[in-house]
Design a protein around this ligand. Structure first.
Ligand code: 0RQ
Length: 513
């Protein structure tokens, strides 16, 4: 470990995960590293969960407040959720056990824009940060830290926490050193200055995290991989969505609104995002850039093929195969990937300046273009808004993508009124489903509605939606954005009561699904 912990003083603070977890007390606010299953602490949270379980069985509940960068993994969110060890969690999450606790009402969850977390912390909205638990790839001789596979909010956690526990993970490639760009110029108003980033590949900071050595109360050695979720090949619906999007880009180039270099890409994670990246890779594009949150397998492939010149993000989210590819070609990728704090990767000023093309998944959209990214039937949270709002509000193009139906056709992805609003009609420029693409720019509400019904709705639901819209246009209280308020959310209620949004058995209207 001495090669990873080059500072003798820090080396002397090595202890077991159990000892380190012993420094965390019930009721504390603990800020942890981690973003989309990368760079999260792997040993201390599990040791803490064991203590919590023992405390709970002795009739002495032990719960803490947990702040992270974004989603983590079973070793952190899963372990703490299983023992009911969290009273509060923020921001993004995607763990099944945690989601269940949140939706059972057992954990308070604050779902917020990822770019806001740092400044809300500086302003004290989450109270005092007692402890930060941060995974790093190493410690330099002078005590600065080599960040791990994600940066997330680590700069803020290290600055704001009273005490710091470091997990030095030998599994993280030593070659990560130098890939990070930590910007130390952010401030609160009225002292803010322009952030001097003009191009996605600009370096504006330094490759290491600073920390006051006096705060470090424990150093724990680990040797374990990130979550490395498996990568599944894009399904047919995703490929069709990608096809519509690529046609749209071709037309934008023809219209002179984009060039063949497009604009910096932001892409969410998952099946559709991967299909879009795969389609880009086969469509003759080159010298593209990405200014995004997460680097997934598809982006590595684009970089490898020269389609993507470089990618700026705050985190990796790679499968085991993607991780292997990255490790085997680290020298190649190191000069083409930059990892930044999430307040910079997701900064509205920079996203607006760069003119990002924001491509994100959604749960549902309504006929006017309002988008729900987070809640099933208005009340059950899925993951969280993540960075989708940072990018959708400020991007040059804000695109939302989803299959037109979910759960074997029993749910329509296009509904009369969304049951929860994450992105308003004013933030949504393009909606794409496997049925087609609706370009909403320049359209008034009723024009948007007709286009979304025509282009994006599944044939099983199109007549129902057209019927709703036609009646709304006749009977609505106001005729600007026609709605039948006693019916607008009836599709969701029908789903809750019958398991389907449809009036009829699925397929009855169109003769097929
Ligand atoms: O559930 O797995 O149980 O079948 O939602 O849906 O179609 O696999 O698509 O993985 O892209 O997720 C919006 C959740 C889409 C995601 C969301 C069910 C569906 C399935 C997943 P099952 P798909 P995706 C970058 C930007 C917000 C954060 C964001 C997300 C599951 O994209 O979390 O954009 N976005 N961040 O069956 C009921 C509906 C449904 C539905 C889908 N209408 N009703 N269930 N599902 N639509 C990353 C970060 O910011 C960190």
């Amino acid at each position: 470990m001495q090669d990873r912990i080059r500072n003798a003083d820090m080396f002397n603070r090595l202890m077991s995960a159990e000892q380190a977890a012993g420094l965390i007390k019930p009721g504390m606010t603990v800020a942890m590293s981690g973003f989309t299953g990368a760079g999260y602490p792997k040993a201390v949270p599990q040791a803490l969960a064991a203590r919590m379980e023992a405390a709970a069985s002795a009739g002495d509940p032990f719960r803490i407040k947990v702040l992270t960068g974004a989603s983590t993994a079973p070793e952190l969110d899963g372990a703490l959720a299983k023992v009911n060890g969290m009273e509060l969690r923020l921001p993004y999450q995607s763990d099944p056990a945690l989601r269940e606790r949140i939706n059972n009402g057992e954990i308070d969850y604050i779902d917020m824009h990822l770019s806001h977390v740092a400044q809300h912390t500086w302003s004290g909205f989450f109270g005092n940060i007692d402890v930060a638990v941060i995974e790093v790839a190493g410690v330099l001789e002078d005590g600065r830290l080599i960040p791990s596979s994600s940066v997330g909010n680590n700069k803020t956690w290290l600055e704001q926490a009273d005490k710091v526990i470091l997990e030095v993970n030998r599994f993280q490639p030593a070659g990560l050193e130098g890939m990070h760009d930590i910007y130390y110029g952010t401030a609160l108003p009225p002292d803010r200055k322009p952030i001097p980033l003009i191009r996605p590949d600009d370096r504006i900071g330094e490759p290491y995290l600073r920390v006051d050595p006096a705060k470090i109360v424990a150093v724990v050695a680990t040797d374990a991989p990130d979550r490395n979720s498996p990568f599944s090949a894009p399904d047919e619906a995703s490929q069709r969505i990608a096809g519509h999007l690529l046609d749209f880009f071709t037309n934008e180039i023809k219209q002179g609104r984009l060039t063949k270099k497009l604009l910096p890409l932001q892409s969410g994670v998952g099946n559709i995002a991967n299909a879009v990246l795969a389609a880009l890779s086969e469509s003759g594009y080159e010298d593209l850039t990405a200014y995004t949150e997460v680097i997934q397998d598809g982006m590595l492939e684009l970089i490898r093929k020269g389609v993507l010149k470089m990618a700026s993000a705050t985190s990796f989210s790679l499968s085991a195969a993607g991780m292997k590819e990255f490790n085997n070609n680290l020298d190649f990728y190191r000069t083409r990937i930059l990892l930044r704090p999430q307040e910079i990767s997701n900064h509205p000023e920079l996203i607006r300046r760069l003119g990002c093309i924001a491509m994100n998944g959604m749960i549902e959209a309504d006929i006017y273009g309002n988008v729900n990214s987070t809640h099933i039937a208005g009340s059950k949270v899925m993951n969280g808004i993540g960075g989708s709002g940072d990018f959708a509000r400020n991007g040059w193009l804000s695109i939302f993508m989803s299959p037109s139906t979910a759960k074997a056709g029993s749910i329509s992805g296009i509904v009369p009124m969304v049951s929860h609003v994450d992105h308003t009609e004013h933030d949504t420029m393009v909606i794409v489903t496997e049925q087609g693409l609706a370009d909403l720019r320049g359209l008034a509400p009723k024009q948007r509605a007709q286009l979304i019904i025509d282009r994006c709705t599944h044939p099983d639901y199109r007549p129902m939606l057209q019927d709703y819209f036609d009646r709304a246009k006749r009977e609505s209280y106001g005729k600007h954005t026609p709605h039948l308020l006693n019916e607008a959310l009836s599709w969701h209620q029908r789903f809750i009561e019958t398991g389907s949004m449809h009036h009829y058995p699925v397929g009855a209207l169109s003769g097929g699904t």
